[in-house]
Write a protein that binds this ligand. Structure first.
Ligand SMILES: Nc1ncnc2c1ncn2[C@@H]1O[C@H](COP(=O)(O)OP(=O)(O)OP(=O)(O)O)[C@@H](O)[C@H]1O
Ligand SMILES: [Mg+2]
Ligand SMILES: [Zn+2]
Length: 491
């Protein structure tokens, strides 16, 4: 017998087998139990969340030989034929390939004839948003008052493209993306019945990667079964998905917590050999930053669905709440930069550096990045090597805590002179101009550092990036960042 992919083999046959979507199930089941049948239903939601599945179950509910009910028998001729997609009175139409008004007219011509065998003629129109405007107009009248033996079931991923005239004639059900927890719960029994061994962590990785779609989860599971040949292991799934291994993400966060610039760059470059895509790596980092912020706000809000709760709680104590917010914001905005970038590795590194440079915490710049790590992208798998460097960690431990910093040292040099275009004969700015009043004696030996520092601060505050930070964070954080950058610049 030919192999059937898991997503098709495990299509739910009745409402009790559907994962999630409780809000939709409840309404449908209540309506069917009370025999309050509408003539047009619209299912919306992203790919693989159950639109076609629910529409087919509903078709069985309408037409089951045992009578209209929320629990079709799944054994009668009609139920079996609908499950196999070959029932004469269920018309599955792909609107994407039948967009023309002539197609819709053909369909409507047949609407008036009684069903061949079943109680109702059911028209299931998938991707209905693809119909042309003329097709929608042709449909309106019939949709408003169809013959008693006709039911319309529409499905679309893009309801915004439907005319309001269509929307107002249908009962609408918006299917939600499925959370990783729901997906894992659903896949567990599937694996059991398929007699496939799978590490729990591997399943969570698949559920995360499915991004809300059960079809994607089942397809990834199919892929993992072929990839692993035997037991599905986390390591293999991570490799297959091309996602950054968790230990690397944690090593990155450790280095960030220590303000260890070389360490951050080193781990970032080690990652290169393990990932297929920096956008995904940034997403993993953002997800961890989010979990860290949750851990700080309320430890119970962090679940163990990724098997990393203990590490998250430990790490959360090493970041300030402001830093986590700042890093998250820079990272979230950086997704656009990554999408536009021709060199994603460089962009990713710049984002990491920006996070640390803008942080009010002192940054350890303890030494050059080891040449091998800086130049070759092939990292090692060793966890020990992913730890921040000893020097960097040491530098951090010697640094004063953020709230207890030394005041910024006064600048020893004036900033580079601004070119003066007002007069060609104007003397260079570093030589005293005869017109300049002589500085008072106590300032003569020391350049005017404080006003210079103030003007630098003013310049910083004009910068659009800094202004964004000011809007989102307290001025104190900004001023702290500026002072730190200044003091570093003056060293
Ligand atoms: N809520 C769900 N519960 C259980 N399985 C589901 C669910 N949603 C989807 N699936 C699985 O995914 C497969 C595809 O689902 P379905 O065809 O209903 O998706 P869809 O929402 O119509 O997607 P598309 O927009 O791509 O057409 C099903 O055969 C089933 O195995
Ligand atoms: Mg579908
Ligand atoms: Zn039946």
């Amino acid at each position: 017998m030919s192999y059937q992919v898991l997503a098709r083999k495990w299509r739910p046959g009745d409402f009790s087998e559907v994962a999630g979507q409780e809000h939709v199930l409840k309404t449908l089941i209540n309506a069917l139990d009370k025999q309050r049948l509408h003539h047009a239903y619209l299912f919306t939601g992203t790919r693989g969340t159950g639109k076609t599945t629910l529409a087919r179950i509903l078709a069985k509910c309408f037409n089951c030989e045992q009578g209209v009910s929320a629990r079709p028998c799944n054994t009668c001729g009609v139920c079996t034929e609908i499950s196999e997609g070959r029932h004469l009175d269920l018309f599955e139409i792909d609107a994407a390939s039948r967009t023309k008004v002539e197609d819709t007219r053909d369909l409507l011509e047949n609407v008036q004839f009684a069903p061949a065998r079943a109680r109702f003629k059911v028209y299931l129109i998938d991707e209905v948003h693809m119909l042309s405007t003329h097709s929608f107009n042709a449909l309106l009248k019939t949709l408003e008052e169809p013959p008693a033996h006709v039911k319309f079931l529409f499905a679309t991923t893009d309801p915004q493209k439907l005319p309001v005239t269509i929307l107002s004639r249908c009962l609408q059900f918006h299917l939600r993306n499925l959370g990783p927890k729901t997906i894992v719960k659903y896949l567990g029994p599937v694996l059991e019945q398929e007699q496939i061994d799978c590490e729990s962590d591997a399943l969570w990785q698949i559920a995360d990667a499915a991004a809300g779609s059960m079809r994607d989860a089942l397809t990834l599971l199919d892929q993992a079964i072929s990839y692993c040949q035997g037991k599905i292991k986390t390591e293999s799934v991570v490799e297959m998905l091309g996602i950054p291994p968790r230990r690397h993400v944690f090593a990155l966060l450790q280095a960030m917590a220590a303000g260890d610039l070389p360490g951050v760059l080193r781990v970032s470059r080690e990652l290169t050999g393990h990932i297929s895509d920096y956008a995904q790596t940034l997403d993993s980092l953002l997800s961890s930053l989010h979990r860290l912020a949750l851990a700080q706000a309320h430890a119970d809000a962090v679940d163990n669905h990724q098997g990393d709760r203990r590490e998250i709680l430990e790490l959360a104590g090493k970041f300030s709440a402001e830093d986590l917010q700042l890093y998250y914001q820079i990272g979230a905005r950086g997704r656009e930069e990554l999408a536009l970038s021709g060199d994603t590795r460089a962009t990713f590194e710049m984002l990491l550096l920006r996070m640390l440079v803008f942080s009010p915490k002192p940054v350890a710049q303890s030494g050059p990045i080891p040449v091998d790590a800086a130049t070759d992208g092939e990292g090692t798998d060793s966890e020990a090597e992913s730890e921040p460097t000893a020097t960097a960690a040491g530098a951090q431990s010697e640094s004063p805590p953020p709230g207890n910093r030394e005041p910024a040292p006064e600048m020893s040099e004036a900033p580079p002179p601004e070119p003066d275009f007002s007069s060609e004969s104007a003397p260079p700015r570093d030589e005293p101009s005869p017109a300049d009043p002589a500085p008072p004696p106590d300032q003569a030996s020391k350049p005017a550092t404080a006003p210079v520092a103030d003007s630098l601060v003013a310049d910083f505050e004009q910068d659009p990036v800094v202004q964004t930070l000011v809007r989102n964070f307290s001025g104190t954080v900004l001023r702290d960042s500026v002072t730190t950058i200044q003091s570093r610049g003056s060293r």
